[in-house]
Design a protein. Structure first.
Length: 251
């Protein structure tokens, strides 16, 4: 018997039995990949690619390099300036900060009131962790905000990565991942519309920061990447990870 009272694993005693175990494991692995390859591909895209993107941007920034697309995109956005665009992007920017904070609080409180503790834990870890990551990264890199023109909504804090970008995409990921985790078919039918709406919101917030001239495009991309990696990682930990590694999991 092992220390936790469970029976020790059976060890193969003959080469034939060992070979049979290897074949069984290979069949299991092949069956798992055949069934879940789409999910594995999505996990790779949602974690590995943003992580690589953030690393590339952060490395270039630390070495003092500039990004060829930053100033041209800022100037292009400034050339689009119109009164109607001003109102739209100011609203998007405000929603990307104040609106996101209110939505975050409401979302976490709603999970607590409904006693959905696992969902609340995921939302809380994702939101608070993303905020702390943003604050830490801003002070580590200390990037000064762009000053190509006088913004109609000036900012004075550090630029990299964008807090608006991280906050909005964290909220979007939390909502989308929880929505796709629902079991009620009536709500699951809205998965794609909710995902599209969340993506449009994130894009509008990110573009607003470039239009207002308070962030480089690379700040936005880095914020999206960092928050995506963190939030998807927290979802995997809370819903599929072993939260208590000392406990025996059911077969």
């Amino acid at each position: 018997m092992s220390n936790d009272g469970s029976a020790p694993p059976h060890l193969p005693t003959t080469p034939a039995e060992a070979a049979r175990n290897v074949r069984d494991e290979a069949r299991f692995g092949a069956a798992f990949l055949h069934i879940h390859w789409k999910r594995l591909l999505l996990v790779f895209a949602a974690v590995a690619l943003p992580l690589w993107g953030f690393g590339e941007i952060a490395e270039e920034l630390r070495e003092g390099e500039t990004f060829f697309f930053d100033e041209p995109l800022l100037n292009f956005a400034h050339d689009m300036a119109r009164a109607g665009f001003d109102r739209f992007f100011l609203l998007a920017s405000r929603l990307g900060y104040g609106g996101v904070i209110v939505a975050d609080i409401v979302l976490v409180l709603a999970t607590v009131v409904r006693r959905r503790m696992r969902e609340g834990l995921f939302a809380g870890l994702a939101i608070v962790g993303s905020m702390l990551l943003n604050l830490a990264a801003k002070h580590v890199y200390g990037r000064i905000r762009p000053a190509l023109w006088t913004s109609i909504a000036p900012e004075t804090t550090f630029s990299f990565p964008s807090g608006h970008a991280m906050g909005s995409i964290t909220l979007a990921w939390v909502v989308v991942l929880l929505w796709w985790h629902l079991h009620d078919p009536r709500w699951r039918a809205l998965r794609w519309p909710v995902t599209a709406l969340a993506a449009a919101f994130v894009l509008a917030v990110g573009l607003s920061r470039i239009y207002l001239g308070v962030h480089y495009p690379s700040d936005i991309l880095a914020g999206w990447a960092a928050a995506s990696v963190w939030t998807v990682g927290m979802f995997g930990l809370v819903f599929y990870g072993q939260l208590r590694p000392w406990a025996t999991r059911p077969a």
